[in-house]
Design a protein around this ligand. Structure first.
Ligand SMILES: Cc1ncc(C[n+]2csc(CCOP(=O)(O)OP(=O)(O)O)c2C)c(N)n1
Length: 374
């Protein structure tokens, strides 16, 4: 889909690229969610978007230095993730894909555990029961199935529309434009619709699935993808943190109150590579990247905050916090012990198995053959 075609799709935008706040008439229902926010909330959004950006840059550098096996950058997607992440309620559950570092920040996930996973020393390391942020899913679309089942369970347990804010729950799942082409995503839309499940499908349309454009995945704008299954959809400007917050908040509240599932398409752009194993210069023009870099979600929020009278001190403080985060991460990664080698074999079967024991014995002997024992 070309950029021109994007312009013809009704899109919720509350912050203009110049950082001006305004609510178009047809989207008036979303204004109340912004009116409930305070200056402290706006500053929190910026602080975390800038933290996410800095974390990304540091992780990319660590991968280049051989400290991580892989990195999955999310530069450009800060508004979509921080805005929607903060719209999730205290009892709600989140089923991410693999690029949701910003949503992780909004739910207090230890960022080092994400790095450990990409270093190959754990499988996530956070407890989804405590954080309500489930483990990353690398196999496309699987998290959507998990979320759909979880949301059906929430309804079966009677935890929807009771009116008790301590009890009612909703579920949100994050997926990419490419993942929408997976069969189980269509099945999930159908199951969520017929069961009236409390589920929001949050598509980050970052316009690329590795080297495939969104137009290779769909003939209709993705916000319409759920309509035939009975899941209403809406497109937002994914580089507008206030639109991401307000629209997600409304649909999560509605889902928790029994209105059933909804789909949000956040139109954004993957400024970086798909992963550090990818070279996007092979398949896309720099002019396109420049076009979207000029629509940077952080700059847009900064412009808004400056219009509100926020001074340079605040932005300096965020930059300093970024330096500190980088230093901490580097120190922790460089001093991280390697896990014991037997961990690779420990959890294959619940009981010991002769073949596994033989493989472990072989590896231990092989490793011992190196000078210094490894
Ligand atoms: C079932 C499955 N098929 C293929 C892949 C390989 N793969 C990893 S990421 C990716 C592209 C996904 O694009 P999109 O859903 O748009 O998300 P994005 O990476 O842009 O965030 C593919 C094909 C996979 N991980 N799982």
């Amino acid at each position: 889909m070309s950029l021109e075609e994007h312009a013809n799709v009704p899109t919720v935008q509350l912050l203009s690229p110049e950082g001006e706040y305004g609510v178009p008439k047809q989207f008036a229902e979303y204004a109340q969610f912004i009116e409930q926010l305070t200056e402290a909330d706006f500053l929190k959004f910026y602080r975390d978007m800038s933290r996410m950006r800095r974390f990304d840059a540091e992780a990319t550098a660590l991968q280049r230095q051989g400290q991580l096996g892989l990195w999955i950058p999310a530069i450009g997607q800060e508004a979509a993730q921080i805005g929607s992440g903060y719209a999730v309620g205290n009892n709600d559950h989140i089923f991410p894909s693999y690029r949701e570092h910003g949503v992780a920040i909004t739910h207090g996930i230890d960022l080092l555990s994400i790095l450990k996973m990409l270093r190959g020393v754990n499988h996530g390391g956070w407890n989804p029961d405590e954080t309500r942020f489930h483990l990353y899913a690398i196999v496309l679309g699987t998290q959507v199935v998990h979320a759909t089942g979880y949301a059906m369970g929430v309804a079966f347990d009677g935890n929807v529309a009771t009116g008790n804010p301590e009890q009612d729950q909703a579920v949100i799942t994050y997926l990419g434009d490419g993942a929408t082409a997976e069969g189980e995503v269509s099945e999930s839309l159908l199951f969520a619709a017929i069961n009236n499940s409390p589920l929001v499908f949050f598509i980050q349309n970052n316009q690329w699935a590795i080297s495939s454009r969104t137009s290779a995945q769909t003939r209709v704008p993705l916000y319409q993808r759920g309509a035939g299954f009975g899941v209403p959809g809406i497109r937002i400007d994914g580089n507008d943190v206030l639109a991401a917050y307000a629209v997600t908040k409304k649909h999560m509240d509605d889902a928790r109150n029994g209105a059933g599932p909804a789909l949000i398409e956040a139109l954004t752009y993957r400024i970086g590579a798909h992963t550090t194993s990818d070279d996007p210069t092979k398949y896309r023009d720099q002019a396109e990247v420049d076009y979207w870099a000029a629509r940077d979600p952080l700059i847009r929020l900064e412009r808004f905050l400056r219009r509100q009278g926020i001074g340079q001190d605040f932005f300096d403080e965020c930059a300093q916090a970024g330096e500190l985060l980088s230093t901490e991460i580097r120190e922790q990664i460089f001093s991280m012990p390697n896990p014991p080698i037997e961990n690779m074999f420990k959890y294959v079967y619940s009981e010991s198995h002769p073949l596994i024991e033989e493989q472990l014995a072989w590896l231990e002997q092989y490793e011992a053959g190196f000078e210094g024992g490894h």
